[in-house]
Design a protein around this ligand. Structure first.
Ligand SMILES: NC(=O)C1=CN([C@@H]2O[C@H](COP(=O)(O)OP(=O)(O)OC[C@H]3O[C@@H](n4cnc5c(N)ncnc54)[C@H](OP(=O)(O)O)[C@@H]3O)[C@@H](O)[C@H]2O)C=CC1
Ligand SMILES: O=C(O)C1=N[C@H](C(=O)O)C[C@H](O)C1
Length: 280
């Protein structure tokens, strides 16, 4: 049985079931997954149809509402999508993202994934899957960061070669991938806008006697610190002046809300690969 909400009467229940967007969540017990499940359970326009975790997870069989701090929902954490579902939101691990995408393609369920640390091979597989179902992949579901992607690219183009570009990201100590998907996307967007080469011109940290900084370089630096949710700064350093653009997430709900909003839109799209700029 899909989880939640206590409809007043049978007719209201039928009407609701016809219009609700049915959303499953993969990585449901994680930092992001729990917030996304709680938001869907609170939301009157969507229904949580599955809260998925890997088979060894300690919370399998528990009520997702209780695990996510919402209260009892009637939906148990499980390893397989069993209820009818329109769209799945994935915040798990790169391998799990691809596995669940394959499962979505078999069941004709749209996919939104925020999982980062995806390799080119993972991206290739997801691109193939997007021929069958609508897929949205985004390393950052916040509106602010998606505006930052465009603004940083525009700034790099306007400031030109005399400004050194460095990207600094700071995240909590539990983050597994480095640098963040957002920092990588910022660098890619700047490369696209300036003609820099993603393979040759991006460097990851510095150490030793490496000589003077060349102008055609983007440096990415990853800080891991306590419970920081996610900060990104792009520094444009010139002679006599410096311009910085910073985004700071105050709460994971920023990303979670973005993911749920996006899922509702993607659920109704034809198969294909989508980005946040297609839905914002
Ligand atoms: N796009 C965006 O806006 C954002 C992206 N992220 C990204 O989302 C991902 C998750 O982040 P976060 O929630 O902090 O991480 P967590 O480790 O807290 O959560 C990941 C969850 O996925 C579970 N998981 C692992 N493997 C599988 C599997 N095979 N099937 C189902 N579930 C699985 C984990 O279980 P277990 O704990 O047992 O490993 C865990 O419960 C990361 O890649 C992160 O970078 C994070 C925030 C925002
Ligand atoms: O792991 C996180 O927490 C986050 N990861 C994303 C990334 O890698 O860019 C986005 C966000 O900053 C939080």
């Amino acid at each position: 049985m899909a989880g939640k909400k206590h409809p007043q009467d049978r007719q209201q229940k039928i009407q609701k079931e016809q219009t609700l967007i049915k959303i499953a969540v993969n990585g449901a017990c994680g930092r992001m997954g729990t917030r996304i499940c709680a938001l869907i359970l609170e939301d009157k326009a969507s229904d949580l149809t599955a809260a998925l975790e890997h088979p060894g997870h300690v919370s399998i069989g528990k009520d997702i509402g209780l695990v996510a701090g919402f209260g009892e929902s009637g939906l148990k954490i499980s390893t397989a999508m069993e209820n009818p579902t329109d769209v799945l939101i994935d915040f798990s691990s790169p391998e799990s993202a691809v596995n669940i995408a394959e499962c979505c393609a078999k069941k004709n369920v749209a996919l939104v994934t925020g999982t980062t640390g995806l390799t080119p091979l993972h991206h290739e597989k997801l691109l193939e899957i997007s021929k069958k179902i609508p897929c949205l992949i985004s390393p950052n579901m916040s509106l602010g960061v998606n505006v930052m992607f465009s603004v940083a690219a525009q700034m790099a183009k306007m400031l030109g070669k005399d400004f050194d570009i460095e990207i600094i990201e700071t995240h909590h100590r539990h983050k597994k991938d480095s640098p963040s998907g957002t920092a990588l996307r910022l660098a890619e967007k700047i490369c696209d806008a300036t003609g820099l080469d993603k393979e040759k011109n991006i460097i990851y940290g510095r150490q030793g006697i490496i000589g003077e900084r060349p102008s055609n370089q983007i440096g990415i630096h990853a800080v891991r610190s306590g419970d920081v949710i996610g900060d990104h700064t792009v520094v444009f350093g010139g002679l006599g002046e410096r311009l910085e653009i910073t985004h700071k997430a105050h709460t994971r709900d920023t990303f979670a809300r973005g993911a749920v909003y996006t899922a509702k839109i993607i659920a109704k799209k034809p198969p294909g690969m989508y980005t946040m700029s297609d839905v914002l």
